[in-house]
Design a protein around this ligand. Structure first.
Ligand code: COD
Length: 305
């Protein structure tokens, strides 16, 4: 799977010189505008900045973000700004939408809005990509930001959504680990039951385009050394591309732990919507936000094919 640097290179190659556009909901924020400046400077996209125009102009001036490369739409209210940014994507002025200085819920509700949103009839869910110092490949984790308690049916769609992102990132047949605390099916851990069912659905062709195994503990998912040590046999173990989290709490704790304690670089996108929607945490760095924009833009190009 492509690294974040490679994603930006691929984006330039695959967009054939036509820069994709991101619409930003509530853009008056220094890290958000710094990310837009990085995107402009790297030459991989332009933005429609929806938010308080005076604040956007002040911050842009302070950080040297050239607004003439982008468009500003003056809307002060956060909820309204989210609706307008989402509408820009829905109506085709933008290729992707991005969360600015807004609560995640307000942004997700605008995306899910029946009238103005980006619903498709599919499950919408968040997939987070990680570049980890101690892992020899990129890893996608789902769900770290949106689906609180996924059902078995949700997990089937979550695997499909993550597989689609892996494909856009150059990985044709990703290896999926359904995470739990242990690799044995145990009636006290219901997520292990779901994992076992998902494997059988994969065997029988009900889940396509990937190789699924589970339940697997985290070490057996990502550590070849642990696999060797335990003498474990699995086509996924030690080399998982996709980590299916049992619930949002596990996913969100993994995301924040990797970021704050393990020095991971990450990028997140809501999949299953009519257009990719960048989902960042308000505390994410400008670099993390720029990586998320590039990844979502590459996905948008892939979805057009
Ligand atoms: N995909 C498709 N349709 C959905 C989804 C989804 N993921 N979620 C809800 N819907 C549809 C429902 O079918 C219904 O028709 C309508 O949307 C409203 O459903 P509710 O009432 O269950 O949804 P909301 O609006 O109350 O909540 C949706 C959220 C995504 C906001 C909610 O799931 C949520 O709060 N998720 C956690 C966000 C969060 O706090 N993340 C952690 C920090 S990053």
């Amino acid at each position: 799977m492509y690294s974040f640097e490679e994603i930006k290179k691929q984006l330039k190659i695959q967009s054939g010189g036509k820069k994709p556009v991101v619409s930003v909901a509530a853009a008056a924020d220094a890290d958000v505008l710094e990310a837009i400046k990085m995107m402009n400077d790297d030459g991989f996209g332009t933005a429609i900045l929806v938010g308080d125009a005076d604040k956007i102009a002040t911050i842009a001036d302070e950080i040297g973000c050239n607004l003439s490369e982008n468009t500003v739409v003056d809307i002060k209210d956060g909820t309204q700004a989210a609706q307008v940014a989402v509408a820009c994507a829905r109506e085709g002025q933008a290729d992707i939408v991005m969360k600015g200085l807004l609560h995640t819920k307000v942004y997700l509700k605008a995306i899910l809005n029946r009238e103005f949103g980006l619903r498709t009839g599919q499950l919408l869910n968040a997939v987070t990509a990680f570049e980890l110092p101690n892992y020899n490949r990129m890893a996608l984790a789902t769900d770290c930001g949106m689906i609180i308690t996924p059902t078995l049916e949700d997990k089937v769609q979550m695997i499909g959504n993550a597989t689609q992102l892996a494909n856009a990132m150059g990985c044709e047949r990703p290896k999926v680990s359904c995470l739990s605390a242990v690799e044995t099916v145990n009636s006290n851990m219901p997520d292990g039951f779901d994992a076992a069912v998902l494997c059988k659905m994969n065997d029988r062709g009900q889940i396509k385009g990937c190789v699924v195994d589970g339940p697997l503990s985290m070490d057996l998912s990502i550590s070849e050394m642990s696999v060797k040590h335990k003498g474990f046999q699995s086509p996924v173990a030690g080399q998982a591309d996709i980590l299916l989290m049992p619930n949002l709490q596990a996913g969100n704790i993994f995301w924040k732990t990797m970021t704050y304690l393990a020095g991971a670089r990450s990028a997140a996108v809501v999949m299953g919507a009519a257009k990719p929607a960048v989902l960042t945490s308000r505390s994410d760095s400008a670099e993390a936000k720029a990586n998320s924009i590039a990844m979502a833009m590459l996905l948008a190009l892939h979805q057009k094919d």
